[in-house]
Design a binder for this molecule. Structure first.
Ligand code: SF4
Length: 294
């Protein structure tokens, strides 16, 4: 048996599932991740969501210590402060790496609309995030002790231990809900949510480290919609055996072929432009006109 691997994260595993070559470029060869408008927008929204919850929780706890009974929603910073925080982080990212010009007028309009909708979106986000009892925010479970195996993180194979970061766990209508905050343009598919790899692994980790998980949910930041389904441990264990363990074994063996049906996937891939296997722009149905900006 080789040395134990501790470097596998849930994000890396999801990347490998999408395209093993992408995993190789990002996680093995350390290819830096190029920023696009959408990627930066999603990342900064995510960061602000976490900042907002931590600020509100901090104020709530201080109030409790002082003998008050504050409501979590009332402990939030004002919306103007939340918007200012978004722009502060956005400008910081722009100083570090200026974004490329939008490739065409349609993309420029979409980007402008996203930024114009920002105050409304941050207002809805604040109402949603502080409407439940927060149990965990941005929890890194890689260093937590697994109560079954005693190892830190989730053990997948004899050699691989999985680490990751749970967006949040909340108590909603008496259930412990493991929730992923997403800001992509694509709508969440209710039919596939019970089998979502990331959420099921988060729920397994929540069971190991907190003791319980009852439901899986995605909060769609763009549309302010929650999609929630019951968590079934049998499904998570099945995914662990049938998907996670085989993928981890292939990673251990250094097996990094490109995904067979890249095509459009390459256009939206963060490694596009640096990957020796990417689909050519001349691929039928794949235009060169700006699809990189997604
Ligand atoms: S550009 Fe295409 S083949 Fe290359 S890593 Fe990305 S999805 Fe895979």
């Amino acid at each position: 048996m080789g040395p134990e691997r501790r470097g596998l994260t849930i994000e890396g595993l999801v990347r490998y599932e999408q395209c093993p070559r992408r995993y190789e470029l990002r996680d093995v060869l350390g290819q830096p991740r190029g920023d696009t408008f959408s990627r930066r927008y999603r990342r900064v929204l995510h960061e602000v969501a976490e900042w907002l919850q931590r600020r509100a929780l901090g104020a709530w706890r201080r109030g409790r210590r002082a003998g008050e009974r504050p409501e979590l929603a009332r402990c939030a910073p004002p919306l103007s402060r939340v918007i200012a925080e978004f722009w502060r982080r956005w400008r910081e990212a722009e100083r570090a790496q200026p974004l490329p010009e939008p490739p065409n007028a349609a993309w420029a309009t979409r980007q402008r609309r996203d930024l114009e909708n920002l105050p409304a979106m941050l207002g809805m986000l604040s109402d949603h995030l502080l409407g439940d009892l927060i149990v965990v925010v941005g929890e890194d479970f890689g260093g937590r002790q697994d109560r079954w195996t005693g190892s830190p993180g989730l053990r997948v194979t004899a050699q691989t231990i999985l680490s990751g970061r749970i967006d949040r766990i909340v108590e909603r209508d008496g259930s412990l809900v493991v929730e992923d905050l997403r800001a992509g343009r694509r709508r969440c598919d209710v039919a596939t949510l019970p089998f979502d790899l990331r959420l099921n692994l988060w729920a397994l980790a929540a069971e190991e480290f907190i003791g319980e998980a009852d439901a899986l949910a995605i909060y769609d930041l763009r549309r302010s919609e929650v999609v929630q389904v019951p968590y079934r441990r049998a499904v998570a264990l099945h995914l662990m055996d049938e998907v996670v363990a085989p993928l981890a074994a292939m990673i251990e063996q250094g097996h990094f072929p490109k995904t067979p049906d890249c095509g459009w996937g390459c256009r939206y891939c963060e490694c596009f432009g640096a990957c020796w296997d990417e689909a050519p722009l001349s691929l039928p149905g794949v235009g060169a006109s700006g699809s990189r900006a997604a």
